[in-house]
Design a protein around this ligand. Structure first.
Ligand SMILES: NC(=O)c1ccc[n+]([C@@H]2O[C@H](COP(=O)([O-])OP(=O)(O)OC[C@H]3O[C@@H](n4cnc5c(N)ncnc54)[C@H](O)[C@@H]3O)[C@@H](O)[C@H]2O)c1
Length: 341
């Protein structure tokens, strides 16, 4: 097992390669009551039965749980069992579940303890780390939320055995991003015949923990984690969420590398490395030419747009990220042209 510390508004541990059952035992010892939130589909994977002071609430699948209906159900449950400040919520599931669990904990009695047990690779390396919690609003994704860190993140690698290959690849897109922005060793590790998940998760969490530790509320440094995400988010929404977040980010990473080549002279070899490593995990690296006008429109409403200017994160080289401010439409179009199919 590998452990990392995240320092944000509180200090907490991320245990990689832990056993969630024994972790739950100590959570039960530290709190009077515990409410476990879990999507119905994953319940069969979890070998815990409700017992005295341990309650379960089954949630709908994926994004559909990140809404006010599910949140109200959690609040109702907490009220029913009289949850107080010494009690805790545990979110077991993908990023949608840990986002909801964290936000429910942030809003109950102005904040009770919560724990994340991420079960998807995307949630292990990204969603459960960094304290961003929330739900979707009818007008947009992740618009309602709070920065509210968990007491501990418990990463049990056994969950990955049940995760479909497509979701493993989608999670790897974020891992690859961490490799390009901060830790070259991740890319080396991913080229080996057998993936050492403990190693790549540890390294990716370390990248995120460091950045989040220096800029919890995303004033500047944390934006580096958005490498590949400006176009990625636009593509995700353009695809009507048929593409996984990680798949859209994969295309966004190649775009960001091409843009860096145009604006900062990034080595063509590094751009090719993006395509080669993403493709080796069956991740998409191109998008239709005809979608450009809509993508541009989507990028203009991104939360990261400042004064109407689209900003990107680029690279000067591997592990040398830079801010690309005030990028012209012509340069965006030029880079997009290079990733069209
Ligand atoms: N808070 C943050 O910083 C942050 C960062 C990135 C993403 N997110 C959020 O995370 C969500 C995406 O995360 P996700 O991809 O994990 O989505 P998800 O939670 O919707 O899970 C994807 C699917 O995989 C299933 N699943 C999860 N673990 C499984 C397992 N071990 N075996 C089989 N099936 C499993 C889930 O039930 C679901 O159907 C989005 O809502 C996104 O907004 C949050």
């Amino acid at each position: 097992m590998k452990r990392l510390k995240v320092t944000s508004e509180i200090k907490y541990e991320v245990a990689i390669g832990d056993n969630y059952l024994s972790a739950l035992e100590s959570i039960k010892k530290n709190h009077q009551k515990v409410l476990i939130l879990i999507p119905g589909k994953l319940k069969s994977l979890v070998k815990v039965k409700s017992s005295k002071n341990l309650y379960f609430l089954s949630l709908p699948e994926g994004e559909s749980q990140k809404d006010l209906t599910s949140l109200s159900r959690v609040w109702k449950e907490l009220a029913k069992f009289n949850f107080g400040r010494l009690d805790a919520i545990v979110g077991i599931g993908g990023g949608a579940t840990t986002d909801l669990a964290g936000f429910a904990a942030a809003t109950w009695l102005r904040g009770i303890s919560w724990y994340a047990v991420p079960t998807s690779l995307a949630a292990m390396v990204d969603a459960s780390i960094g304290g961003k919690t929330g739900i979707n609003a009818p007008s947009g994704k992740n618009l309602i939320g709070a920065f509210y860190s968990p007491r501990k993140v418990i990463i049990d690698l056994d969950f990955l055995q049940h995760l479909p290959k497509r979701d493993i690849s989608a999670g790897l897109a974020e891992v690859i991003k961490c490799g390009f922005i901060k830790d070259k060793e991740i890319l080396t590790s991913l080229r080996r015949d057998v993936i050492d998940f403990e190693d790549i998760i540890y390294r990716s969490v370390r990248v995120k923990a460091k950045v989040v530790g220096s800029d919890f509320k995303e004033s500047k440094e944390r934006e580096l984690l958005n490498y590949g995400h400006t176009l990625g988010h636009a593509i995700e929404s353009d695809s009507k969420y048929k593409l996984r977040h990680g798949e859209a980010v994969s295309i966004g990473l190649v775009f960001a590398a091409e843009l860096s080549q145009i604006l900062r002279g990034l080595d063509q070899e590094v751009v090719s490395e993006h395509r080669e490593i993403l493709q080796s995990f069956n991740l998409p690296i191109s998008y239709p030419k005809s979608r450009f006008p809509n993508l541009l429109k989507n990028m203009q409403v991104d939360k990261k747009v400042k004064n109407g200017r689209i900003r990107f994160i680029g690279l000067d080289g591997i592990a040398r990220p830079v801010w690309l401010e005030e990028v012209s439409k012509a340069d965006i179009a030029k880079a997009y042209e290079r990733i069209t199919k």
